[in-house]
Ligand binder design. Structure first.
Ligand SMILES: NC(=O)c1ccc[n+]([C@@H]2O[C@H](COP(=O)([O-])OP(=O)(O)OC[C@H]3O[C@@H](n4cnc5c(N)ncnc54)[C@H](OP(=O)(O)O)[C@@H]3O)[C@@H](O)[C@H]2O)c1
Length: 338
């Protein structure tokens, strides 16, 4: 091979590697080191994956961080790591299973009894593994949409009473897969099983991520209608990036898919550190109030695709979530403030 060709090929390789590292394996970083001591953050699913990295970054900024998830052992290990890496001792665990609405209610009672304030609620926990809950709901729907809907509604009074601070925000971790989501109100509770094709699992996951976007816009409307000045609670939905976490791995059973997933993870998914950057941005960036209700990715607000902009769907979804979670008039902050 002649010397000129070798130099050209080497340059091409360097450019491809640089572009791959810059655009695929890494991403923008939230550079604001703002300290938020005195603020309490509740993060669902903070025990591993993107949530654990987010909890660590918030602990480093001196927040009081409450991690809520199902597996106590994994959460204790996460808390040990976060405390040792951040030097912040105010990191705690509270058990929560979002797919069980009685447990969400128990959790909120306990939270309100023990925590005097809540400044940032991060609805991060999510699953892409099929199954049914004890209440007979699709576990993906219950975990990703219904549980966070109930949790958020029950915590609004506490968020409201903490809104002397400029950081009172509800951050909903959705996904760009919302764009292929569909909401079929006649068949919302799919009830997938381990035998269901992987495509159906991804479809139901995407459906719930579309619901997260509608939930955020509808929640924002309700918050704004009783507070037009937008002086207290803001809410945002976001895509964290394509991140090398454990999401969906429980649904992969055959060896070929496992190997394929490992290759995808190594080549195309960003490390967890990058997965929390847009979450941190939505939690902490100043001047975001007028963007409440918006959808973000790579730390920028994005225009929603048409599939997520039908306001009748947003309202109908809200009613269906009320009914499926059994949200009562007494529990419903917005019904009381009407
Ligand atoms: N990874 C990606 O590429 C990607 C892309 C777009 C969007 N997202 C979104 O990012 C969020 C975080 O995902 P991840 O990738 O970090 O997933 P992950 O690694 O699987 O972590 C999921 C977390 O959620 C918790 N969790 C699961 N079911 C729960 C339940 N019923 N109640 C309470 N906590 C529960 C888990 O803890 P326990 O098992 O102990 O409960 C764990 O802490 C999800 O909403 C996901 O949809 C991820």
């Amino acid at each position: 091979m002649d010397g000129g060709l070798l130099v050209a090929l080497s340059c091409l390789l360097i450019i491809i590697t640089y572009a791959w590292m810059k655009f695929v394996k890494t991403g923008p970083v939230f550079k604001n080191d703002l300290e938020i001591d005195g603020k309490t953050v509740l993060i669902t699913g903070g025990s591993y994956g993107i949530g654990k990295e987010t909890a660590l970054q918030l602990a480093k900024r001196k927040a009081r961080v409450i991690i809520a998830s199902r597996n106590e052992q994994r959460a204790s290990e996460a808390i040990f790591d976060i405390k040792s890496q951040s030097g912040n001792d105010m990191v705690h665990y509270m058990k929560l299973d979002l797919s069980d609405f009685a447990d969400v209610r128990r959790f909120v009672r306990n939270f309100i009894d023990t925590e005097p304030r809540l400044d940032i609620l991060i609805n991060n926990a999510g699953v892409a593994v099929p199954g049914m809950t004890n209440d007979g709901n699709d576990i993906i729907l219950a975990t990703n949409q219904l549980g966070p809907f109930l949790l958020t509604n029950l915590l609004i009074p506490l968020l409201k009473s903490s809104s002397d601070s400029q950081h009172v925000r509800i951050v909903n971790v959705s996904a760009d897969l919302y764009t292929i989501g569909k909401i079929d109100f006649g068949n919302i509770n799919l009830g997938l099983t381990k035998e269901s094709p992987y495509q159906q699992i991804i479809q139901q996951y995407s459906n719930t991520k579309l619901m997260n976007v509608y939930f955020t816009t509808e929640l924002n409307k309700r918050l704004r209608s009783e507070d037009p000045e937008n002086s207290s609670i803001s809410t945002y939905a976001l895509h964290p990036g394509v991140i090398a976490s454990e999401l969906g791995t429980g649904a992969i059973h055959n060896t070929l898919m496992k190997v394929g997933h490992l290759i995808l993870k190594a080549c195309f998914m960003r490390p967890l550190f990058y997965g929390c950057q847009t979450i941190l941005y939505c939690c902490l960036q100043k001047g975001l109030k007028e963007k409440s209700g918006g959808y973000f990715s790579n730390m920028r607000m994005r225009q929603l695709k048409a599939v997520a902009t039908d306001s009748e769907t947003g309202l109908k979804l809200w009613k269906v979530c009320e009914q499926m979670t059994g949200l009562t008039k007494e529990e419903d902050y917005f019904a009381k403030s009407d």
